[in-house]
Design a protein around this ligand. Structure first.
Ligand SMILES: Cc1ncc(C[n+]2csc(CCOP(=O)(O)OP(=O)(O)O)c2C)c(N)n1
Length: 672
C-alpha cells in the first residue's frame, strides 16, 4: 500500500481516507454526493473507531449498536466505513460505486450490502427508523434483561443532515422519541448550512437546538466538526445520558478541504472534478495524483474493529450462556422472537366467527383476532396514530409502552402517521418484533413513503387500515377513501387484503402473520357486515388464494360477480335475485389481487373461466385496475369521484352499491 498521506498523524490519515475514497469513487462514477461524506468524515471516524459496538464479521449480531445514515445520499461515507472496518466490501466494490449489480448502489440498500441497517435516501426516513430501532431495543431490554444479565444493551446512532431536519417526519419522530425518553438514541446532526439549492438561509432558519430541547432531547453542540476530541467528548456525554435522547449538533463544512467547493452547494451532489480533487488532496496533505489510496497503517487501524468486534460478541455470548442457564424459558422466548418463529399455538387460538353472532364490522373482528394472536405471540407490538378505539388495535392483555415502562406492547404513536410508518420499519429491522400500526385507510397517504420502504426492504409490517370506503358516512369526502385501495395495490411487494367478513378477517390476519418477507395492508370496514355461514359456504381459508368461488350455480355461469370487502355481501344478495330471474351466477370473493395474481393460470381460469365474458366487479373504490379481471365485456361498479357527507348507507346507495344495481348491471353484461 502506498503511504499517500504519510506525513500526517494516523487520525488525520484515517479521516482523510474517507474523504479521498468518497471523492474518487464519485468522480469515477461521474455521479454521487461527495460533500457530506467529506464533512462528516471526522465524526464518522470517531464514532466507528471509539464507540460503535459492532462485529464486522457478523453484521447480524443481535446486541450490536445500530448505525443509521439517514442522509442516504452520503452513501460513500458508509461504504468507506464498511470497507475500511472489514465488512467484506472490497476496494473494487468502492471503485464500482453506482454501477449495475455492484454492492455499492447510489443509496444504501438494506439486504443488499452487508452492514447496511436500513435503506435510506428519502430524507427523514432513516432518522425515524433509528427511533424505531431504539424503541425495539428498549422493549426487548425491558422484557428480557435481568439484574446482572443485560442481554439487550445497545445504542442506536443516527447521522442526519439539514434535509432530514427539514422533513416533517423527523419532527414527528423526534417528538415521540423525546416523549418516550429514548436515552440510547443518539443522533449526530451534520449542521453544514448547505443543501441542494444553496445556503440553508434561504429556507431553514429555525433554531434546531431549541426545537430539540423542546422535544425533551439533550442537545450537545460541537463547534468544530473537525475536532476529534470535541466529537469524542460529545458522544461520550450522549452515551452517559440516561433520561433523554441526544442530538449532537456538529458544525461541519460540506466538502471540507476543497479549496473552491467547500461550503458551497456545488459540492452537494456532483463530482468535484479531477482538477479540484487534486487540489483538495493537496490541501488535505495527501498525494494529489493517487486515487483510491488507502495507506497500510490506515487499513490496519480501522481493521482493529475485527478483533474488537469478535471480542465484544464473545463477551456477549458468555453473557447469554449464563442467562440461558439461569433463565431457560426467557432465553427460549428471546431466541424465538429474534428468529421470528412463533410456534404453532397462535393459529389454534384464532377465533372462529359464526353468523349466529349477527353482523360484525371487520375492524371489530380484526381487534378480536389481533388480541387472540397477541396472546400467543409476544413479538406482536404496535398501536395506532391516535385511533386505537376506532382501529381496534389495543392489546387488552398488555400495558402501554411509555417512558420507563417499555415492556408494554401498546404504542401510542400520537397523530403521527408518517413517523408511525418509519418507526414500524425501524422496529422490524431491529429484529425481534412483529410491529403493526393502524389508522384510517384515507390517511394511509400520510404514511405512504414509509410503506413503500417497508415493501422495498421486505419488512413484514402489518397495517391495520379501517374505515375503508365511502360507507364511513357522515364525516364526508375528506374521510372517505376512494383511490386508496388502488394506490396501495400499486406498491410492489405490498399485499393488500380486504376481507369480506369476520371469517375472512381471521384468515387475513393469519396470512399477514405468516408473511415474513413482505408487508401486508389489512383493509377493514367501519360498518357491520354479515358473517358468512361457513357451514354453507366454502372455507375462508381460501382467502390464501386471493380469490375464490363463494357461491355458484350448476354448470357454466351466465355471469360472474366479483367483489371485495363489504361489497361481497350485496353481491350475494344480487346473486339470489338473479337466480330468481333464472340467471345462473357465480360469486367470487376477491379479497386480494396480489395473492390471486400469484396463483397458477389453471387456478385463475378455474375461478374466472375465460369463456365466461359476462363479469361484474363491485368495489366501493376507484374502478381502475378491475378491468384486468372483468375484461372488455365486463362492467365495474366503483367510484370515480370523491364521496359525500351523509349516513353511510345513503352514500353507498347513491353510488350504486345496491343489490338491485348489481342485478341491473349483471343483466346488461349478460345481454352483450
Ligand atoms: C424526501 C426527500 N426529498 C428530497 C430529496 C432530494 N434530496 C437529496 S439530498 C437533498 C438535500 C439535503 O441537504 P442536506 O441534508 O443538507 O445534505 P448535504 O447538502 O449536507 O449533503 C435533497 C433535497 C430526498 N432525497 N428525499
Amino acid at each position: 500500500m502506498k503511504e499517500c498521506s504519510a506525513g500526517l498523524e494516523i487520525d488525520n490519515q484515517c479521516v482523510n481516507t474517507i474523504r479521498t475514497l468518497s471523492m474518487d469513487a464519485i468522480q469515477k462514477a461521474n455521479s454521487g454526493h461527495p460533500g457530506a461524506p467529506m464533512g462528516l468524515a471526522p465524526a464518522a471516524y470517531v464514532l466507528w473507531t471509539q464507540f460503535l459496538k459492532h462485529n464486522p464479521q457478523n453484521p447480524g449480531w443481535h446486541d450490536r449498536d445500530r448505525f443509521v445514515l439517514s442522509g442516504g445520499h452520503a452513501s460513500m461515507l458508509l461504504y468507506s466505513l464498511l470497507y475500511l472496518t472489514g465488512y467484506g466490501l472490497t476496494l473494487d466494490d468502492i471503485k464500482n460505486f453506482r454501477q449495475w449489480g455492484s454492492k455499492t448502489p447510489g443509496h444504501p440498500e438494506y439486504g443488499h450490502t452487508k452492514g447496511v441497517e436500513t435503506t435510506t435516501g428519502p430524507l427523514g426516513q432513516g432518522f425515524t427508523n433509528a427511533v424505531g430501532m431504539a424503541m425495539a431495543e428498549c422493549h426487548l431490554a425491558a422484557v428480557f434483561n435481568q439484574p446482572g444479565h443485560e442481554i439487550v444493551n445497545h445504542n442506536t446512532f443516527g447521522m442526519c443532515g439539514d434535509g432530514d431536519m427539514m422533513e416533517g417526519i423527523t419532527s414527528e419522530a423526534a417528538s415521540l422519541a423525546g416523549h418516550l425518553g429514548l436515552s440510547k438514541l443518539i443522533c449526530l446532526y451534520d449542521d453544514n448550512h448547505i443543501s441542494i439549492e444553496g445556503s440553508t438561509d434561504i429556507a431553514f432558519t429555525e433554531d434546531v437546538s431549541l426545537r430539540f430541547q423542546a422535544y425533551h432531547w439533550q442537545v450537545i453542540t460541537v463547534e468544530d466538526g473537525n475536532n476529534l476530541d470535541e466529537i469524542s467528548h460529545a458522544i461520550d456525554a450522549a452515551i452517559k445520558e440516561t433520561d433523554k435522547p441526544s442530538l449532537i449538533k456538529l458544525r461541519t463544512h460540506i466538502a471540507f478541504g476543497s479549496p473552491n467547493k467547500q461550503d458551497t452547494a456545488d459540492a452537494h451532489g456532483a463530482p468535484l472534478g479531477e482538477e479540484e480533487i487534486k487540489l483538495t488532496k493537496e490541501c488535505l496533505g495527501c498525494l494529489p495524483d493517487e486515487q483510491f489510496c488507502v495507506p497500510g497503517g490506515v487499513l490496519e487501524h480501522y481493521r482493529k474493529a475485527t478483533q474488537k468486534g469478535a471480542d465484544a460478541e464473545d463477551t456477549w455470548n458468555k453473557l447469554f450462556e449464563a442467562y440461558k442457564n439461569q433463565f431457560p424459558e426467557l432465553a427460549k422466548q428471546w431466541t424465538g422472537m429474534m428468529t421470528g418463529s412463533y410456534g404453532n399455538q397462535w393459529e389454534a387460538a384464532l377465533p372462529d366467527f359464526s353468523d349466529s353472532e349477527g353482523p360484525i364490522a371487520t375492524r371489530s373482528a380484526s381487534g378480536t383476532v389481533l388480541n387472540a394472536a397477541a396472546g400467543k405471540i409476544p413479538a406482536l407490538i404496535g398501536g395506532s396514530a391516535d385511533l386505537a378505539p376506532s382501529n381496534k388495535t389495543f392489546l387488552n392483555g398488555s400495558s402501554e409502552f411509555q417512558k420507563k415502562t417499555y415492556s408494554g406492547r401498546n404504542i401510542r404513536f400520537g397523530v403521527r402517521e408518517h413517523a408511525m410508518g418509519g418507526i414500524l420499519n425501524g422496529m422490524s429491522l431491529h429484529k425481534g418484533l412483529r410491529p403493526f400500526g393502524g389508522t384510517f385507510l384515507v390517511f394511509a397517504d400520510y404514511m405512504r413513503p414509509a410503506i413503500r420502504l417497508a415493501a422495498l426492504m421486505n419488512q413484514p409490517i402489518i397495517y391495520v387500515f379501517t374505515h375503508d370506503s365511502v360507507a364511513v358516512g357522515e364525516d364526508g369526502p375528506t374521510h372517505q377513501p376512494v383511490e386508496h385501495l388502488t394506490s396501495l395495490r400499486m406498491i410492489p411487494d405490498l399485499t393488500v387484503i380486504r376481507p369480506a367478513d369476520a371469517t375472512e378477517t381471521a384468515a387475513a390476519w393469519r396470512h399477514a402473520i405468516k408473511s415474513t418477507e413482505s408487508p401486508t395492508a389489512l383493509i377493514l370496514s367501519r360498518q357491520k357486515l354479515p358473517v358468512i355461514d361457513r357451514s354453507k359456504y366454502p372455507s375462508s381459508n381460501q382467502l390464501e388464494n386471493g380469490a375464490y368461488v363463494l357461491a355458484d350455480s350448476d354448470g357454466i355461469p351466465d355471469v360472474i360477480l366479483m367483489a371485495s370487502g363489504s361489497e361481497v355481501g350485496i353481491s350475494m344478495e344480487a346473486a339470489e335475485k338473479l337466480a330468481e330471474k333464472n340467471v345462473s351466477v357465480r360469486v367470487v370473493s376477491m379479497p386480494s389481487w396480489e395473492l390471486f395474481d400469484k396463483m397458477p393460470q389453471d387456478y385463475k381460469d378455474k375461478i374466472l373461466p375465460p369463456t365466461v365474458k359476462a363479469r361484474v366487479a363491485v368495489e366501493a373504490g376507484l374502478p381502475l385496475g378491475w378491468e384486468k379481471y372483468t375484461g372488455d365485456s365486463g362492467a365495474i361498479i366503483g367510484i370515480s369521484t370523491f364521496g359525500a357527507s351523509a349516513p353511510g348507507a345513503t352514500v353507498l346507495k347513491n353510488f350504486g352499491f345496491t343489490a338491485d344495481n348489481i342485478v341491473e348491471t349483471a343483466l346488461k353484461v349478460t345481454e352483450k
